[in-house]
Design a protein around this ligand. Sequence first.
Ligand SMILES: [Zn+2]
Ligand SMILES: [Zn+2]
Length: 722
Amino acid sequence: MKKQETLTEPFEEIARNVKLENITDPIIPLEKLNQIDDSKYPNKTIQVNAVIASNSVSYNVPSEINVQCTNNRKEHFCRRDENIILDINEYPKFVEVQDYKREQILNQIAKSSFSSDCSLNIEEIKTITIKRLRVRPVVSSLYKKASTFFDDDGNEWTAYDVYVIQEDAKNIEAGKEIRITGQVIADPKNGKVTILVSELSFVDDNIYDLENIKELSKFYKTKNVDEIMSWLSKEFEKYSKIVKRENVTELGLLSMFSPLHIEFEGKTIPAWLKTVVIGDSTTGKSETIRQLIVLCRIGQIISGEMSSVAGLAGASVQAGGGQWFTDFGVLVLNDKKFLAIDGAHKLRKDEIDKLAEAERNGKIAINKAAKGEAYARTRQIKILNPLDEDGRTTATMDSFLFPVNSLQYSFQIQSIARIDLCCFVTDDVDVKDRNVISHQQHDSKLEHLSDLIRFVWSNNYNVKFDDGVIQEILDQAIFLENKFKSEEYPLITNDQKFKLAKLSASLAVITCSFDDTISNVIVTKEHVQYISKLIDTEYTKAGLEKISKQNKFDQIDTEKLYDISEAIISKTHVTREESIEILSWITKQSKIIRDELMDEFALSRDNQAQPLLTYLKNEKIIKTSRNHYSIAKKGVAIARFLMDFSASSASRVAKTDTPLTDSEIKRGVSILSELERLERLKIHTFKCNDCNSEWKNTKETLEEITKNHNSEHSIVMMEVLS
Ligand SMILES: [Zn+2]
Ligand SMILES: [Zn+2]
């Protein structure tokens, strides 16, 4: 510790001390944080990059004390009264200690400057705030061996709890990459190696060479989107030596290059993509993503053994000193970056579900012993093998009827709906195919992707959708919804337009669709169509269209409702409107009782109510339960359809563009007008060319008439009433 006779500003003093040390002890730059464990570095000043892994805890520690000798005995003449500035190395000793202990430590410090006869009165005259936080090495990949994590170079992925003595260090948030300068010391709390950080600065990882981006952009100018994407796939094959993985490559690029946010339909929406690659072990799916990370020199891939809620999101941990804090997981450490989770099938279904909320909000909140919240706006790919029925054993893709079925034991339905894009890998990479390209050299322009991705991550641009493009997105969304919508595998969802917008935005940056200033990224119809086609191809191949069609068979649509309504009319001789009201009433009863039905709609028992109930029962719309009827599966589908219909925009506006009155909406007029429209479409007039017979305004079909007339005669439809 330093003594002084006159009062000066202690911080200046500290700064001087640090500087003095720096002269005699130059700053040693280290490549990796874990090098501080080396016996060369204790008490040396080092500089190294790290990533913040926890929230920080602040402590108030004494930095300057006043010490008076209160020994007034005659033979003791010192009368000393001194200010002592504490050495920065003393600060950690005061972290997390009780008051009596704090006094003891101060006493020890003071004593060494006074004689043993002195009676000391110590007063803290200045204090300083120091922060304790957990940092981890910056690594591009992680895997687990036994219970320890290692990076690609075989270094252990250790956490260090360091002390920051720079008082104005602000915005210390988990996930940020920092450069720290400080002295390597042994933590007085537990003897572990740590750093007394005197300077902390944030590292901007997104530094790119604009010339390389311009060169790539110029090269793309003469190419359309298809040509650019196939050039990328081909050159990446040469680079990675992995063949026939175009779908994984494209999914990887789209995920990694997705902008963080986009403005769409007047709102800012999160646009970082969360995608899935599912397939067998030997298909090169992980290697493809790993090579993309190597090519772009950015992002992180972790192995499945790390896949736990604690490893991904974070956990409350107790530091050496005893206090609790939140040790955030790799999702937070890759905030605004990219994370590939290889072997994500090792996460349980419910764990994936737990993470889903955080993934969607881009925020992780840990509410355990230590409360902590941090951003996790993480572009993400989950790479997994399909699972068996037990949800644990891995299965092979060919054990499923359709590739898309492989999702069923790995994801809950809600989690499937949140997947922006999924690709299915079913066949092995052929060694022969690999050899074909093994000696070809890739175009060096491919490496400009590492500049382009830093540009994307820097957020120095706006993504533009013009009205025509938004319309194209809506059209393609409807097309995909009609083709692939499935309740079991909702990869295509009601909010498909947002998924298309996000994916198209990413494709626009990948293909360098810039304006002249490179400050705007222009999404075009071509981008939207390319994405829609990519989804169409991938999901058709996966069998989703077939599954979607099967489901439609069980569902109710206007056409099916029309048939049911027709049947009710013929059984009960009610009007079309009454037929809908009867159906609507039935689906709302917990118990369907014949007498109540008769009362409600003034139906006779034998000629109306009973034939109606028999029909509904045969159609499995209702079922018998002891002394009454209750609604059956198909009835539930009808109820849902009627409800959806009355809630949809179709019920707000009549076909004539005259708004419906409230009472009309309540009475379900719009579904009625829809059925009436359908009926008009079914009424035709036919005429026989051979014998001039006529069938006016009939609901019969051409086939029915031909069958009952004369198979030799030619019958034609005369007109369509509209
Ligand atoms: Zn004394
Ligand atoms: Zn005829």
